[in-house]
Design a protein around this ligand. Structure first.
Ligand SMILES: Nc1ncnc2c1ncn2[C@@H]1O[C@H](COP(=O)(O)OP(=O)(O)OP(=O)(O)O)[C@@H](O)[C@H]1O
Ligand SMILES: [Mg+2]
Length: 289
């Protein structure tokens, strides 16, 4: 990896301990190292309380390290003067779409972050137009957000972040409140953004979503338990099971078929990949192409 450009986000030895007013301190992260490169999609998975949201909040300076450091595009999140520059570079999308929308109509909502950046109105207008186009919501720009579907609301929230021209988008369970159609529309939107060069950190309990990432990082007890390509990580059934996680159903199905003697290549992750591989095995079995 030494030939790669420097990481967009570099997390080194990051520890975070919550100090609740009452009760014991909670060590939520312990010595986490993570690099996020430009145009890379990282899925961050792990059981409840493993530290995913805490790590996410460090990526845009919503939390500051108890120990270690987080460097975003050369900016240290502990540098008070850099906080707004860090937040402009790393946008966050959270789980509940309603909590993130505040304005009376969609386009005002999308403009909100840019207005906070103090940009001139003409610049804001062109950025809002572009962001709405990117998420495919130009037709709904005058609509009150509360009349939209959950998936549309999340796309409005994404547009608001995009209008600030971030380098990285962090989605903390952004699809978990959505129905399957909403999940699909949000995932298609963010993966298109990845193809356009945006870095993505996708926190998810959906292993099917994690399978679409370039790299999967598994957190457990505030440390990185596993990290690698989706195929590598989902092959580690032993570790996943110990962490109360499991590979996506397609991976389990492919493993079952291979164990039953169907000649399949390793590393199948998605339904289309498995369908193609089974069809090819079937054709070979019949002496076809
Ligand atoms: N504000 C807080 N004050 C005290 N402890 C906290 C706070 N926020 C989180 N924690 C604790 O820190 C640990 C990590 O929490 P975090 O929310 O980062 O986990 P998570 O992986 O996002 O979990 P989930 O999958 O449930 O969203 C947990 O033990 C949690 O109870
Ligand atoms: Mg969380």
């Amino acid at each position: 990896m030494s030939d790669r450009a420097p990481a967009l986000i570099r997390v080194r030895g990051l520890s975070h301990t919550y100090e609740p007013g009452a009760g014991e301190p909670v060590p939520a992260l312990r010595g986490v190292d993570l690099d996020v490169h430009r145009g890379e999609c990282i899925a961050l998975i792990g059981g409840n309380g493993s530290g995913k949201s805490t790590l996410a909040k460090h990526l845009n300076a919503l939390l500051l390290p108890t120990a270690g450091e987080v460097i975003v595009d050369g900016l240290d999140t502990r540098d008070r003067d850099a906080v707004w520059a860090v937040r402009q570079r790393v946008g966050m999308i959270f789980e509940h779409p309603d909590d993130q929308l505040i304005a009376a109509v969609v386009e005002e909502d999308v403009a909100f972050g840019c207005e906070n950046l103090g940009l001139p109105p003409t610049e804001i207008r062109s950025r809002v137009d572009e962001a709405l186009r990117t998420v495919g919501l130009e037709a709904l720009r005058r609509r009150p957000p509360h009349l939209l579907s959950g998936g549309q609301k999340q796309r409005v929230a994404i547009a608001g972040v995009l209008a600030m021209r971030p380098r990285c988008l962090v989605l903390d369970e952004a699809t978990s409140m959505l129905d399957p159609a909403g999940q699909r529309e949000v995932m298609e939107t963010v993966l298109r953004l990845r193809d356009e060069g945006l870095a993505l950190v996708l926190i998810t309990h959906s292993m099917e979503e994690a399978a679409l990432a370039d790299r999967v990082v598994v957190l457990a007890g505030g440390t990185v338990a596993l990290s690698g390509t989706p195929s590598d990580v989902f092959a580690r059934d032993d570790v996943l099971r110990r962490l109360r996680l499991e590979a996506p159903p397609i991976v389990a199905l492919a493993r079952g078929l291979a164990a039953a003697g169907v000649p399949l290549p390793p590393g199948l992750l998605t339904a289309p990949q498995l369908a193609d591989a089974v069809a090819a095995a079937y054709r070979r079995g019949r002496g076809g192409a």
